[in-house]
Design a protein around this ligand. Sequence first.
Ligand SMILES: [Zn+2]
Length: 122
Amino acid sequence: MQGSIGTTTYMAVACQKCKSEQVEMNKRGFSLPTMFRTLGNMIGLMLFLLVFYYIGIKTDILVVKTIDGDLDDAPAAATMAIIKGIGILALPLSALLGFLGSSRLIKACKACGFKAMVPKAK
Ligand SMILES: [Zn+2]
């Protein structure tokens, strides 16, 4: 089935590396690495904000004095809201990014194992 996926037929492309024509085209599919990378970044950001939040609470950076002399912890509350927001969005967003580009084609050489993303057809 080389060079053909579904109803779309692609020209057989030789491997860029070894010039073999034993090249297989596959849809990239769901990208777990992308998902985990995104998830990792978001968890890292959350931890960073959490540390910032607790330091802010301890040092009063996140508590402002109003003109009346009252203490307003709105900045602290906003920071916590952002942390919660990231917590809620982290997984769905990572999954979404994993799905993005899942229909892109990957060219895989059977001879040497070389893999390359096939440029998008216009
Ligand atoms: Zn090759």
